[in-house]
Structure formats: structure tokens, C-alpha cells
Design a protein around this ligand. Sequence first.
Ligand code: SD4
Length: 301
Amino acid sequence: PLKGARVVSTWDFGVGANAAAWKVLSGGGSALDAVEAGARWAESDLCNPTVGRCGNPDRDGVLTLDASIMAGDGRCGAVAALEDIDHPVSVARAVMEKSPHVMLVGEGAQQFALANGFRKTPLLTDSARQAWQEWLKTSQYAPQINAERRLRPGDSHNHDTLGILAMDAQGRLAGACTTSGMAWKMHGRVGDSPIIGAGLYVDQEVGAATASGVGEEMIRNAASFLVVELMRQGHSPADACREAIDRVVRKRPEDSKRLQVCFLALGRDGRVGAFALHRGFVYALQDGGPGPHDVLHDAGS
Ligand code: SD4
């Protein structure tokens, strides 16, 4: 019954997110439930300083969370700059299912969450606070490429956003993206992850795409939408990601040496591809096949 079902996630911690999503898929659940479960796993992972409750704060020491979720039929929801609410991906799903809107931000997103059964919880951990206090000594905002390290399972301090894409046994597609954003960002900064078309896009006719890296570049290029549109024009998922990276470079060649941008795509036919501006990007794939169920692929350029 699971023929065709699969889930792919960004970075090494995608292995854990995939395992949570696969539980849903292997029980006959939907791709939408699967990506939410995978994203919730990442949001709870206390080893991950860039997603959910263990995330690093902004330059004022405030932890703000961004998340989005999208189904192949165009339903979508997102929250940005959400404070003190656990599981922003589930708030994003509630925006999708229980509000007339697609995106809620800041205080309004928090009010909506509280009105829909979420509880206010201080999320900033001691280690994140300490990291921020250390950062304050220099106060330099300089996103790391993270290219030197080849990421492996158990290498728990690698950073970046969780983007997760799934196809269920019925061929339905869905995706989710969740992050605390760039560490030490300006207060109020919103990245690509909660912006439909930038950090995440899903179209049942074609496929799904998600992004990680410096979100300003994704927003500038409507990048996940671009990857899906390139697949619509006939590119394989891998070629679509490569072409989108080329677009990013062409637009701002001067930035491309110092910034990381990574794309991950899943075609409607189940093909998976990825590409990144710099080495070091990996993704995890779970398709229930023989052999190791989670495979890490280096997708560095
Ligand atoms: C953002 N794309 O907020 C996210 C963060 C990320 O590598 O992926 N960092 O810009």
C-alpha cells in the first residue's frame, strides 16, 4: 500500500524528521499529516539551534519562529515572527484550516494561536541565551556558509532550517518548512521559510520544493516557486534546483561567494533532486526501500 510513498528533508536532522513523517505515511496517513509530524519533530529537537524551541534568538535576544505548510491542492498556511508558542508548523496549519487567511505574523499570530488552544511557553533555552550573550561581544551579523563540514547523522550542531516534502501512498504531495530564522537577525526580520513560493511551494500537477540558507536570496527569486515552475517546464528536480541556483548567482554574483543557498525538490513522479550553492548541504530520504531507510546525500555544488 505504500508504493510510491516517500519523504525528503533538508540537512542531517532530516533523518529524524523523516522517521516521524514515515510513521504517519506507513500507517496510511496523508502527506499533509506526515510533513506536519516531521516538522514537529524538528521543532522539539533540543539539539537544533535553528528550529523551534531550541532556536537561537534575534540580535535583541528574542526568539521568533517562522513556519509554513502547503498541500498539493493549493491549501496553505504560515506564521512569521511568532513568539513563545511551541510548534509553529501546527499554528501554520491552523491558519490554513481555521482562518480565512494564509499568513499571520507577530502578535496577531500569537493571539490566533492562543485562541486555538496553543499555550504560551517561554522557549528560549539557557544555551541559546548564552550563545546570544557570547555573540553580543562582537555583534557581527555574518551568516555562516557551513560548507566546511560534511554533515553526518549525529553531528547535532549543524544548523539550518527544516524543509520537508512528502508524497503519500495515494500520490498526494505536501510540504512544510520551519525555522527560527537567521541567528542574530534584526528584530522583526522574516525569512523565506514562511513565505509561500520562497521557502516552500507545492503543486500537485508538478511537484514540491523547499529551501534552506540565507532567506533573502530565496525571497528575491521566488525561489521554491521557481524550482516548481522549472520542473513544470520539463526539468528534472535536480536540474530545476541547479537552474534556480544559477538564477540566484546571476542576480547577485557578489553575494554568492559568502552566502549559502540550498534547494530540495520532489517531483510528482517521485523523483528527488537537490542542489546548493556551496558544498556541505545534505538531505535525507526515506522511501521505505530495502537497505538503510534513511540515506544522506551530499548535494554541494
Ligand atoms: C531563513 N532560510 O530564515 C532560513 C534560515 C536558514 O540557513 O535556512 N538558514 O532565512
